[in-house]
Write a protein that binds this ligand. Structure first.
Ligand code: UDP
Length: 362
């Protein structure tokens, strides 16, 4: 059998591209993934205690893009969920992103309005130009003390790299608020797929024109079985590392089931201090599941292991540029998703990028 397209990767990028090509173009697609499951890093499953958990750490869906939300709504029903994160410093809990409540609690202040909070931050924040690093952007937003407490150590702990060596968009994802809004995201659409991500991706791939082969290396599929390629993996792997390997950071997750209904007050607690782990997630808060036991996961940074987050430094971006120009010369290969962009995308951004790529190309 000859497929019109082979897609390397059965995560969100691969599944969205496959669905569009199969449904809109009515072409035959083979999706391969070297892992033994679909869903990429968003994969979730029910553990041996009956709790729905995210295999690669918490993935929270949020988007401002109505077309992304409408598109995915064809493949899932939703559960309203607005994510909140707590940062625990010396045993005390503070809302993160930094907001009026964070500042009042930390410094024993009584800032009463957004206006007063804004004024407070204007007095303490830096004024660095040009902004070239994650340190610069956070100093400009919150000033030195809040930066050190909430961002500097935490970032070093998880990236094994000082924020001054990381591009602004790494920490820049975390905004600052003048009001009491404790939500992690302010997007219009904040929902979790009611039956989980795996179910959603399964529904995307459930199409007579799509075949999925797991535990299959893209490189091992003979070119005579397909006409064109869509590649969603790391771009250096596609080019066999000719310009060097792009650096990523990895994570180690330790899951624990506790024989109690609730382990902690919040879905995610960040630990910017000396604890060996940097965050603990309790999935039941995210999924809304009811059960008399609960599963949590402690997340540790890891230098070794699977590649999760692109490590964007001046040096790695130089290497990435070389791969980009090589990719531009390949007319019959489409690169899609976070890995080929060497970017730190969440699910909403991946889906938006793939829908745009599809309309641009076809
Ligand atoms: N970050 C931080 N302190 C926090 C939360 C985040 O310093 O309490 C920094 C950290 O460098 C992280 C980045 O901001 O990599 C982006 O955070 P986000 O929550 O988006 O990371 P993710 O959950 O995607 O790993």
């Amino acid at each position: 059998m000859k497929y019109d397209y082979i897609i390397a990767g059965a995560g969100f990028a691969g599944a969205v591209m496959a669905e569009r090509i199969a449904s809109v173009l009515n072409k035959k697609v083979l999706v391969v993934d070297k892992r033994n499951h679909i869903g990429g890093n968003a994969h979730d499953y029910t553990d041996e205690n009956g709790i729905l958990v995210h295999k690669y750490g918490p993935h929270i869906f949020h988007t401002n893009d109505k077309s992304v939300f409408d598109y995915l709504s064809n493949f899932t029903t939703w559960r309203k969920y607005e994510h909140k994160v707590i940062s625990r410093i010396e045993g005390k809990d503070y809302p993160i992103p930094v907001n009026r409540i964070t500042i009042n609690k930390l410094y024993g202040l009584e800032l009463k309005s957004g206006e007063e909070t804004k004024k407070y931050l204007e007095n303490v924040k830096s004024n660095i130009h040009p902004v070239v690093s994650s340190e610069d952007i956070m100093l400009n937003r919150v000033g030195s003390d809040l930066y050190v407490k909430f961002f500097e150590k935490f970032t070093e702990k998880i990236w094994f790299e000082h924020p001054r060596n990381l591009t602004p968009n790494v920490c820049g994802r975390i905004n600052v608020r003048y009001n009491d809004d404790c939500r992690y995201f302010t997007d219009d659409y904040q929902y979790m797929p009611e039956k989980g991500y795996n179910n959603l991706v399964q529904n995307l791939l459930d199409n007579k024109n799509i075949d999925v082969r797991l535990e299959t290396e893209f490189e091992k599929v003979k070119p005579e079985h397909y006409a064109s390629i869509i590649y969603t993996g790391p771009i250096d792997s596609y080019f066999k590392n000719i310009f060097g390997r792009l650096p990523y950071r990895s994570i180690k997750l330790v899951f624990e089931n506790h024989r109690k209904e609730i382990f902690q007050d919040n879905s995610v607690i960040n630990f910017p201090g000396n604890e060996p782990y940097y965050r603990i997630t309790e999935f039941k808060h995210i999924t809304g599941q009811k059960s008399d036991s609960t599963t949590i996961c402690r997340e540790f940074a890891s230098k070794e292991g699977e590649r999760f987050y692109p490590r964007r430094t001046a040096e790695s971006l130089e290497i990435y540029k070389k791969y980009m120009s090589a990719a531009h010369n390949l007319k019959d290969v489409i690169f899609a998703g976070m890995h080929p962009s060497f970017q730190y995308y969440d699910i909403g951004q991946v889906v938006a990028q793939c829908l745009n790529e599809f309309s641009k190309r076809f």
